[in-house]
Design a protein around this ligand. Structure first.
Ligand SMILES: [Zn+2]
Length: 346
């Protein structure tokens, strides 16, 4: 399936050819990411925003784009110079990148390096991670968004006693909640307009879930972070001195135009005025709206680590995935209960 001029079309494209150290895979499953929807509907705006943020446009819109960056593939054949360490027929996931001389972001390039909305795609052998037999293809297809959430939480560099606020409970917000729960961080405060997503947030381990139309997420966070134990309190603030609060971290996971305005604006305002109370604000992915980009710049928060250097990346991702698959996916019950005994009442 290709996208051009905001239209998705089923088209015939030739099989891509694996280059040096690359592998051809059959696509078994692929998630439809919110980014795909944004790209289909707002490709020129997205290009303009990435140009502002990074200096380059995400997509070459003069040609069709083949989306799909949350995938599971089955190894078909290897290109020249590959080590063929994973047997043909095995299932694999990969970071959606081809680290060629001209790097390709898989899922945002043309038919010669298609994303997983194609039947076949080319991946880089060093980035391949074999999917263990006990993980279903459908679950393995969640690897990329879960890895984004895992990395987002890692970037928050949580200190013990941090109380997290997750703003927006779409797939990434939910995944962030799951990773926080897996790590035993809490109580987790989440806010979301949709009742269905609030229910999901609760199932994944959020302890306090609010509808921002009814309850201020900021107030909910402050209530959850309250403590009388001086040992658990955040460092004193310059303006307000020592507050009876644990340190807090906010994860902004909204990314939907229109929804962003209320709770996030409030958080941004409060963050700007009470920076020391919310110790850190973390964004999982580049935002497509310029407004949000501006907010990022205004607050001097960079987002460069979504696709960090490739050195050692496969290794670190494999390590993280093992944790995710073990702690989150393979034993969801265990991950739900883990850390509960550490939770303090708000
Ligand atoms: Zn995605």
């Amino acid at each position: 399936m290709t996208m051009q001029d905001a239209k998705l079309t089923v088209a015939m494209i030739p099989d891509p050819v694996p280059g040096q150290g690359e592998v051809l895979v059959d696509v078994l499953a692929c998630g439809i990411c919110g980014t795909d929807l944004h790209c289909a509907a707002h490709a020129p705006e997205l290009n303009a925003a990435t140009k502002v943020a990074t200096g380059i446009e995400l997509m070459d819109l003069s040609r069709p784009i083949v989306f799909g960056h949350e995938f599971v593939g089955r190894v078909v054949s290897y290109g020249p110079g590959a080590q063929t360490r994973i047997p043909v027929g095995r299932r694999v996931v990969s970071m959606p990148v081809l680290p060629r001389e001209q790097p390709v972001l898989l899922g945002f390039a043309g038919p010669e390096a298609p994303g997983a909305y194609a039947e076949r795609m080319v991946l880089s052998e060093p980035l391949l991670i074999e999917v263990p037999d006990h993980v279903s293809t459908e679950v393995a297809a969640l690897t990329e968004p879960l890895a984004v959430a895992y990395r987002t939480v890692a970037r928050a560099e949580l200190v013990s006693d941090d109380v997290p606020l997750v703003v927006g409970c779409g797939p990434i917000g939910l995944a962030v909640i799951a990773v926080l729960k897996m790590k035993g961080v809490g109580p987790i405060v989440a806010c979301e307009f949709s009742p269905e997503r609030r229910a999901l947030a609760q199932r994944l381990g959020a302890d306090v879930v609010v509808d921002p139309r009814e309850t201020s997420p900021f107030e909910a966070l402050i209530t959850a972070a309250a403590t009388n134990d001086p040992a658990r309190m955040a460092a004193p603030t310059t303006l307000l001195g020592q507050l009876p609060l644990r340190p807090t971290v906010a994860f902004e996971c909204v990314g939907v135009p229109g929804v962003i305005d209320k709770p996030v604006e409030e958080i941004l305002k409060r963050y700007a005025s009470t920076g020391p109370i919310i110790r850190k604000l973390v964004f999982p992915a580049p935002k497509i709206r310029e407004k949000c980009m501006r907010s990022l710049y205004r607050m001097n928060i960079t987002n460069a680590t979504l696709f960090p250097d490739l050195d050692g990346l496969a290794k670190s991702i494999a390590f993280e995935l093992e944790i995710i698959w073990k702690g989150l996916v393979a034993e969801p019950q265990a991950s739900h209960s883990r850390g509960d005994d550490r939770l303090i009442p708000p």
